[in-house]
Design a protein around this ligand. Structure first.
Ligand code: CP3
Length: 367
């Protein structure tokens, strides 16, 4: 085990290296990795987007007085927050505690994560000159990640660690708007009005996210998820023309690791096939499209992930039970299914309900 970790650690800091390093051996036979690869599983694996942080009182206690982006750079704190939901919920995978804007912060972009709001950027990106501020982070810029992932893989044993990054469009929307947006007016104004600048920005963000993911994979993450949370704002033709090439570049840049690549967005019912085509092994589906229909849209050769409505947890248990079973029924017979919510865990979610969902999924899907 320690020998294997040592070998992997020697890979750290070589994003873009041509060597295939594969999935950390101890996790290769886990239900999560097997489902991503569309292999038979003993039960449907389950994890929750935003399971780290958010709803857990032990998380709030640990984070007291520590700003979000500071906490992301303290390896011991990152490891502890990543492990808390694994202990509490019995999920089949851990997700690395960080944020999609961490690599931007690491290269010196002036930004903050405001509680209850999200990422806010001091000087929004609008012109060619702004590109100069966006350099690709080196492994040294992200050494706290390598350190945290090393702690985590030692602690997690056979439980896979999922690394993640923001897709170029979703990151660009924060950079251009300066913060969260409902309508993405500035972002789309650049996409339609200055398509070459928009393409250059997304291409640079693709390199940045590829570096962020590569550091996580080099250090021992067993899979990665690309979050294009806000891609659902786009018509398919615009996604294909202006966004998909950059997302495909990210997914291709990490293909040599041999780790499953998951690709998720909200409101992406019309984009599911394209998000698969961009190079994903697993396509994440929100709660609006039933999984059998989603799989039909995506086509063969890909697993699906999802898609319990994250608001269902606020209903009485009978309703949660019925909705959970329905997701499993919709996925019955599909090539590969990873159970998840259709979007992230809300901050008001009762952790006990999530623990019961994990138990129910394992029980109902046991084969
Ligand atoms: O999934 C996990 O548990 C791992 C950690 C994680 C965070 N952010 C921690 C976080 C992940 C995977 C993300 C991804 C992320 N960040 C996305 C894509 C996923 C999605 O939900 O669509 C996006 C769009 C962001 C940007 C961002 N950061 C938002 C919208 C917010 C929420 C603002 C709020 O408080 O409502 C953040 C802050 C953030 N990122 C928190 C956490 C735990 C809350 C910070 C806090 O507790 O103070």
């Amino acid at each position: 085990m320690s020998e294997e970790r040592g070998a992997r650690n020697s890979q750290a800091g070589s994003p873009g290296s041509a060597e295939a390093v594969g999935v950390r051996a101890a996790t290769a036979q886990s239900a999560f990795i097997r489902a991503c690869r569309r292999e038979p599983v003993p039960h449907t694996p389950v994890w929750f987007m935003r399971q780290a942080g958010r709803a857990l009182p032990e998380y709030r206690k640990l984070r007291e007085g520590v700003p979000m982006l500071t906490s992301c750079t303290i390896p011991e704190m990152v490891a502890e927050i990543t492990l808390q939901p694994v202990r509490r919920y019995g999920v089949d995978a851990a997700i690395y505690f960080s944020d999609i804007v961490v690599p931007l912060k690491a290269i010196g972009i002036d930004l903050d994560i405001k509680p209850g709001v999200g990422p806010v950027i001091e000087k929004p990106f609008r012109t060619e000159a702004d590109l100069e501020r966006l350099r690709v982070p080196t492994p040294d810029d992200l050494s706290f990640i390598t350190e945290a992932v090393r702690i985590l893989t030692a602690e997690l044993g056979p439980t896979p660690l999922i690394g993640f990054g923001g897709a170029p469009f979703t990151l660009a929307s924060y950079l251009i708007e300066g913060g969260p947006s409902r309508s993405y007016e500035q972002t789309k104004a650049m996409m339609y009005g200055a398509p070459q600048l928009f393409a250059a920005l997304l291409d640079r963000l693709a390199d940045i996210t590829a570096a962020f993911l590569s550091v996580q994979l080099s250090a021992g993450a067993s899979a990665v998820q690309l979050f294009d949370s806000w891609a659902g704002a786009l018509a398919p033709v615009d996604y294909r023309t202006h966004v998909m090439p950059a997302s495909a570049k990210v997914l291709a840049a990490v293909a040599h690791f041999g780790a499953p690549r998951l690709h998720f967005g909200v409101g992406t019912g019309e984009l599911l096939a394209l998000m698969g085509e961009a190079g994903a092994d697993v396509v994440g589906v929100d709660w609006r499209v039933p999984l059998d229909e989603a799989a039909r849209r995506i086509g063969p050769g890909k697993a699906v992930q999802g898609n319990l409505d994250p608001a269902v947890v606020f209903a009485p248990w009978e309703a949660v039970d019925a909705a959970t079973r329905r997701v499993l029924r919709d996925a019955d017979g599909l090539e590969g299914h990873v159970f998840n919510l259709g979007h992230g865990v809300g901050p008001q979610t009762d952790p006990d309900v999530l623990a019961r969902i994990v138990e129910l999924v394992h029980e109902v899907s046991a084969r």
